[in-house]
Ligand binder design. Sequence first.
Ligand code: PLP
Length: 392
Amino acid sequence: MKSSFNPPVRTLMGPGPSDVSPRVLAAMARPTIGHLDPEFIRMMDEIKEMLQALFKTQSPLTMPVSAPGSAGMEACFVNLVEPGDKVVVCQNGVFGGRMKENVVRFGGEAIMVEDEWGKPVDLDKVEKALAENDNVKALAFVHAETSTGVRSDAESLCALAQKYGCLTIVDTVTSLGGIEVDMDGWGIDAIYSGTQKCLSCPPGISPVAFSEKAIEAVQARKTPVPSWFLDKNLVMGYWGGGGKRAYHHTAPVNSLYALHESLVMLHEEGLENAWARHQKHHNALRAGLEAMGINFLVDEECRLPQLNSVFVPEGIDEAEVRSRLLRDYNLEIGAGLGALAGKVWRIGLMGSACTRRNVMLCLAALENTLISMGAQINAGAAAQAAEAAYAE
Ligand SMILES: *Cc1c(COP(=O)(O)O)cnc(C)c1O
């Protein structure tokens, strides 16, 4: 006989999922109702309104896709890329590589603009790619590269796309809720995110929005969208306005209660206040880590406050540190990915996990663990440095 599964209570300071607040978990445990129930439809309309405010868009084509961030990515590419379409894809980490994979699988031609991992997308290289290739359909890039902790200049990249007359497809999975995102102001045409990073929901839902230009491009397709589930024309019959919903698929009812609650919490706090909170706790974490003698991978001006990539001290087995943190402190931090595996840790300060308590816990736990493993770090300085940053 199997018994109930009771997960340990962890502190989640990795690249996602992040800590989910008790309010969101409680919302998820409310009674399941029918997904075409008028009360459920009323809640769906509120989710849509709150997502529009979060993306900063007026677009009526804003909805949560019933699947994780990777499906939001796929929804954008499968609708917009037709066989033969040229897409300039920027890659400076793991997720840009997945964009390329999407373009190629839907029959498009990916024109790659590559930058070093840990550096932002280079605007000059993007402009060169757009100038040298005609009939580019879209420019695709990751706003906040979770594999490295880099923020690219989304506003300037979108301005370049407009100058050369192409659409923009932007990954905001890690940026949304943690730093500024302005879909309409910057001119983003297809945007997707995830619930388990700075929105602090359980994983499994992907907020997506399409601009009017993007929808025109979908309607002008010569071939049908090759995915039935992600075809925007069909999904919109379900999520579209007017209160009349046609059955498309069964919405993940309780997961949407969770998303609704997390959006209510974010609106109570205020978007600007949430961004400021991420910056404040990042400053304290940085002060503590640097006082310990630990260095950041990414230059300060393009560093994400919600994802801190730091170098593992010389001679230290990074996986052993992470397993000790989990075992001794119930604390999860992330490993390096791809080219950075074994070299860095990724410490997340996302959403509900972005608190003073977590910053101080992480600094103390990391310091104690590193000292017990014989690392050459400055002992005893981190907590005070972080407290000093808070006092500023
Ligand atoms: C996490 C992440 C994704 C994928 O989201 P899933 O929910 O894991 O599918 C895509 N892009 C970025 C930048 C991410 O951080």
